[in-house]
Ligand binder design. Structure first.
Ligand code: AMP
Length: 284
């Protein structure tokens, strides 16, 4: 399995799949884990081939240190992808090439879904995501593209991007893959010590506890409960929010019939982790 590094070579490789056949696409930043592989396997089941991009996109990082320390394991990634059944094209370009020499973000108006949580805490993050996903979708022209609910807000942003730019790719959201401990799989977990890996379980545990108490407690009580759990732990909470799943607006009060989801961003040392969980429809 050869790693393709230019748009021209990728286009050439995809020619036989352009007309009667279908192309699935999974964008990643590499350091692949089982969560990524589930997305690629699904792309292979639902399409005649899958393109996996491995590209650590500089424009979506608001922190230079985080970008530098992001794990890069291309050889290992290739080995993992080779084990899958089906035709996989790995696309791993240089930033200058992918961005046509101008490695900066476009500015998007994604509306209110971009203003909360990750949008609030990582300035310019979604403009960077939008820019790179737009370039990749226009280059690859996939029939379907697969994104994890692990980055739930990003998934909604990408759906909006496709609408804004009138692209013809179907965006498919896939459930969060977790370690047996409950910790959401993430490339960033590779940077954690064993001790931090054990401590980080509090993120999933808190989401589960909030879900269990969702019907019976008010939003301020749930917020308080989540904050308390992190106070008792070594993991530093950046935010805990309960949001309307549709609008992603964080809420202070539950309304009947609406679907809610809880979101967490937290630090294990200097490693930033995110996770989220659907709480359900509020019925009472
Ligand atoms: P990343 O390489 O972290 O940018 O992720 C690439 C894609 O894989 C994104 O759509 C992520 O949401 C998805 N992804 C990452 N981790 C998981 C996971 N634990 N479960 C499901 N999807 C994931």
């Amino acid at each position: 399995m050869k790693v393709i590094t230019t748009k021209e070579n990728l286009n050439q490789a995809l020619l036989p799949f352009r007309n009667q056949k279908s192309i699935g696409f999974v964008p990643t930043m590499g350091a692949l884990h089982e969560g990524h592989l589930v997305l690629v396997s699904r792309a292979l089941v639902e399409n005649d081939c899958a393109v996996v991009s491995i590209f650590v996109n500089p424009t979506q990082f608001d922190n230079e240190g985080d970008l530098k320390k992001y794990p890069r394991t291309l050889d290992k990634d290739v080995t993992l992808l080779k084990k899958l059944q089906g035709t996989v094209f790995i696309f791993s370009p240089e930033a200058e090439h992918l961005y046509n020499g101008n490695v900066i973000s476009k500015h998007y108006n994604f509306g209110s879904i971009a203003n909360e949580m990750e949008g609030k805490h990582r300035k310019g993050h979604f403009d960077g995501v939008g820019t790179v996903v737009s370039i990749l979708l226009k280059t690859i022209e996939p029939d379907r593209a697969y994104f994890g609910e692990k980055d739930f807000q990003q998934l909604q942003i990408v759906k909006k991007l496709v609408e804004i730019e009138n692209l013809h790719t179907k965006i498919i959201g896939c459930p969060i893959e977790r370690e047996t401990s409950g910790l959401a799989m993430s490339s960033r977990n590779k940077r954690l010590t064993n001790e931090q890996l054990a401590q980080a379980i509090i993120i999933n545990r808190t989401l589960l506890e909030i879900k269990a108490n969702f019907e019976s407690r008010s939003i301020p009580q749930l917020n308080q409960l989540a904050k308390q759990r992190f106070k008792e732990s070594e993991i530093e909470l950046e935010y805990f929010e309960i949001a309307d799943e549709k609008t992603l607006k964080t809420v202070k009060q539950k309304s009947k019939g609406k679907i809610y989801r809880a979101f967490i961003a937290a630090f294990a040392g200097e490693v930033r982790l995110i996770d989220n969980m659907r709480l359900g429809v509020f019925n009472s």
